[in-house]
Design a protein around this ligand. Structure first.
Ligand code: NAD
Length: 250
């Protein structure tokens, strides 16, 4: 998909300073969108946005921790002040500790659920009124195969948060229809800094189980997101598109 089907649209991508989120921001920008790169690391978000601007795209970098409603609302307001609309929200911000079940503290459970699940809820709640007013909006939640099948190398708080993401996606899809479509993209293990500290033996074991015999790349995930916000996905809502090399076949 190379045409500018997102021309005049505004997209917010959370957790977009690096990794999958940055690749999504790049692909949406290439499709013509003005993109807001939102991240808890404000300086990195601004650097990432500058990279896109240097490439000739329209982008702004915003600092916000998606766990906090006031920070989310403030960031959304900057986007509205600048571009007057919001067409696309990609809930991508996420953290993935690999802490074994007996060692997960209450605070770590709250942190993971806070970023991965509450963050997507808060951002969706914040953009929905603008999308409703425009009679158009697309929300894509980045889930995970860990939420579909149980995690292979990740903490169960992570898997639980991503299973919650799937429930959030379906409920939002019903509540926000027909103006707003809400879908999920569920990546399998993808090569980003999120997995850089994983045990290499565990990663090799995962690759052995993947029919396509490799890890995902951020561009694999971004391509699926691009489809979900394209005109081709006009009759799709409440669905999950798995991008996992065949590890899980539903
Ligand atoms: N990499 C994988 O194997 C994999 C697999 C399945 C799903 N995912 C999901 O894809 C998404 C992106 O992951 P990634 O691999 O690019 O990870 P990453 O660690 O490279 O990037 C995550 C980004 O989210 C930001 N972030 C973290 N906490 C935040 C907060 N509270 N508020 C705002 N931003 C915050 C980080 O600063 C970072 O820029 C996550 O939701 C992750 O769970 C990743």
């Amino acid at each position: 998909m190379t045409d500018q089907f997102l021309l005049n649209q505004v997209a917010i991508i959370t957790g977009a300073a690096r990794g999958i989120g940055f690749e999504i921001a790049s692909q949406l920008a290439q499709a013509g969108a003005r993109v807001a790169v939102l991240d808890v690391h404000e300086a990195e978000a601004k650097t990432a946005a500058q990279l896109l601007c240097d490439g000739g795209y329209e982008a702004i970098g915003l600092g916000a921790d998606v766990r906090y409603k006031d920070q989310v609302l403030a960031a959304i307001q900057v986007v509205i002040d600048q571009w007057k609309r919001i067409d696309v929200l990609i809930n991508n911000a996420g953290i993935c500790p690999v802490t074994p079940f007996p060692d997960i503290s209450e605070a770590e459970w709250d942190l993971v659920l806070g970023v991965n699940l509450k963050g997507a809820f808060l951002c969706s709640q914040a953009v929905a009124p603008f999308m409703r007013r425009q009679q158009y909006g697309r929300i894509v939640n980045i889930a995970s195969s860990a939420g579909q099948m149980g995690g292979l190398a990740v903490g169960l708080h992570y898997s639980s948060s991503k299973a919650g993401t799937l429930g959030l996606t379906k409920s939002l899809a019903r509540i926000l229809a027909p103006e707003i479509q809400v879908n999920a993209v569920a990546p399998g293990t993808t090569e980003t800094s999120l997995i850089e500290n994983w045990d290499q033996g565990a990663v090799a074991n995962i690759i052995k189980q993947i029919p396509l015999k490799r890890l995902g790349q951020p561009s694999d995930v971004a391509g699926a997101v691009l489809f979900m916000v394209s005109p081709q996905a006009a009759f799709i809502t409440g669905q999950t598109l798995s991008v996992n090399g065949g590890l899980l076949m539903l």
